[in-house]
Ligand binder design. Sequence first.
Ligand code: GAP
Length: 451
Amino acid sequence: MDMEKLVALCRRRGFIFQSSEIYGGLNGFWDYGPLGVELKRNIKEAWWQDMVRNPPPGPDGQEISMVGLDCAIIMNPKVWVASGHASGFADPMVDCKTEGCKGRFRADQLTASVCPLKPSKAPGQYDKCQLTEPRTFNLMFKTFVGALEDDSALAYLRPETAQGIFVNFKNVLDSSRLKIPFGIAQIGKAFRNEINPRNYTFRSREFEQMEIEFFCHPNESMKWYRYWRDVRIQWYTQLGIKSDKLRPREQGKEELAHYSIGTTDIEYLFPFSDEPQELEGVAHRGAFDLTQHQQHSGKDLTYFDDQTRERYVPHVIEPSAGADRFTLAVLCEAYTEEKVGDEMRTVMRFHPRLAPIKAAVFPLVNKDGMPEIAQKLYRELKREFNVFYDDKGAVGRRYRRQDEAGTPYCFTIDGQTLQDNTVTIRDRDTLKQERWPLAEVAARLRALLSP
Ligand code: GAP
């Protein structure tokens, strides 16, 4: 699959635009257009439904306790000292001192980077390059809270949603009477001043995370680590990611983040890379975060089990997914070009649950009472689903437009509808057409779209 063709389709059809494009854009920032916002919402809603409201049964068949949270993006800066981000969240960088370049590159990705003055070469390979020694560079975006712009007012945009969950652990415990094991989930924006944003939305400076912190007894943590790794891989395959492009990869000891005892990356083979790339990390964070926040805040963050009379700091398993990364994987996976008769068609084969538009309604011609029936069906369906009404041009063209948007079903009101109250339903993938009673369309569509 050609990434350039996908990027062009995303722009032309309104999935993804460059942020502030009319001013030349801003590197590492992206906007979702009318189709893209529906796709990403469907992804986040599928995650919330399948992980928070109705997670799969636990390893022993037990019900999983899970609640949600929505925390502020700007938090007390002490949070980032305790979490290790203030001192440790940094990449080694090299700068180029050459006049007219002044490039900054990740030291560990020099060979994959491009020299701004000589794009055919990597930084350091062009004879004018003057690279500095690697220096660390904190990835957190800084801002000031209040009127003063001095160190006392310094704050950061959160680089992950996870810390909001850890610092609310006691609040959630006290207000919801949950018993361990249980999870707290959050979907929200995170910000990282990435040195080398690249591969379309894959590495952005502003992105959304879908994170779960699952609190458990230390003795049971490995069981829950394996459970969440398997549940998360299954979730991607259920939503149409083919298993030959998806792989779990256990991180080597040298790769592990400072907080992690073990991490499995769930990786996807994107078209822009020969090697699968991280979609999600499932990390065993041990007692690191709660212990750190306990020490730095002076607040007791232990858990007391009133049955065993044991008091302990829970261990945490963290499945941390990127909503934008998965959206990109879904777009890559869906993009298909194929020959239909003598014509080529481009079709986005989204899983029906994720498709931005669930169905389109067409009157075959704009006369003989067909538009009135089509409008009535459209209004009935739009109460429940995102549906699209199209009465412009030949029906074949209308089908092609919906194929590019990834709409799984199209309903056409035609001459036969006037006689027997049935409509044609056309399936995006098989191209098969059959007739449904008009009165059953909503119920049958609901059944096709249910998870
Ligand atoms: N709380 C753990 C954590 O944040 P991470 O591996 O740094 O771990 C988790 O990030 C996920 O967030 C990644 O697997 C990826 O999907 C997404 N992500 C991280 N950095 C990103 C970026 N610069 N652009 C887009 N998504 C990103």
